[in-house]
Design a protein around this ligand. Structure first.
Ligand SMILES: C[S@@+](CC[C@H](N)C(=O)[O-])C[C@H]1O[C@@H](n2cnc3c(N)ncnc32)[C@H](O)[C@@H]1O
Length: 226
């Protein structure tokens, strides 16, 4: 089955190893998540190692999250669930937004299906209160040249792979993120390549290699702004 985004880009639904769904882009030969488990990857890399890790150390709320690559809304939905009553402003950049109805059809998430529907129904390019404490701002923008929000506490760096979209993984891109982050802010990504780790270190991040999600990649990366 093919779906089309607003720009006519075709995507296909695939069920991953943990039973959750992802989308596949035939033109790039690239999935939106790990085929070894979309939900497991999103939860581990971004929510557990990024959001909850930073929240546990945070003295100042709201926590400002910036996602690079909104995609299906899975990271946003899981974060909405995980945030509970803590105050969060979640901003997400996406150059090719998918239509909400296409995403609602895709059967993502099970116990977080309500959150998926809610985040995907939210309009683009404006602040939306998803709860009294969680603000969502989905921005249609090109990460490589847009103005970034400031005072970011958590970056979910969830671009397509470096070999598919090298322009997203440059030193300049990481430098812009570093500058936009607060001291103590964390960036996580599923990509643990040495070249990416060295770029993060080069622009000032202290980096850690962390174990990857169960059944998935061996390692992931976390960078902290000292
Ligand atoms: C790996 S997927 C993100 C998956 C997503 N975080 C989720 O939870 O479903 C990468 C996303 O980056 C988006 N993207 C590609 N180029 C971009 C750019 N220049 N600026 C912003 N987003 C971009 C793609 O359209 C895709 O949705």
């Amino acid at each position: 089955m093919y779906f089309c985004s607003m720009d006519g880009i075709k995507t296909e639904i695939e069920i991953t190893a943990d039973g959750s769904a992802t989308l596949y882009r035939p033109d790039l030969d690239e999935h939106y998540h790990s085929v070894k488990g979309a939900l497991t990857e999103s939860w581990h890399v971004y929510v557990e190692c990024g959001f909850l890790h930073r929240l546990a150390m945070s003295h100042e709320l709201p926590l400002n999250v910036l996602e690079v690559g909104y995609g299906t809304g899975l990271n946003a939905a899981l974060t909405l669930k995980a945030a509970g009553n803590d105050r969060v402003v979640y901003k997400s950049l996406e150059l090719y937004p998918l239509d909400a109805w296409q995403l609602d059809m895709s059967g993502f998430g099970y116990d977080n299906a309500d959150a998926m529907v809610a985040v995907n129904a939210a309009p683009w390019n404006r602040e939306v209160a998803m709860s009294p404490t969680f603000t969502l701002v989905k921005l249609q923008a090109d990460f490589t040249n847009c103005e970034l929000p400031q005072d970011i506490d958590v970056v979910y760096f969830d671009a397509f792979a470096p070999e598919k979209q090298p322009e997203m993984w440059t030193r300049g891109c990481f430098e812009r993120l570093f500058r936009a982050m607060r001291t103590g802010g964390v960036l996580t990504t599923y990509c643990a390549k040495g070249a990416v780790r060295r770029m993060l270190q080069d622009v000032g991040f202290a980096t850690e290699r962390l174990p990857g999600p169960p059944g998935g990649k061996r390692e992931i990366l976390r960078g902290v702004k000292p």
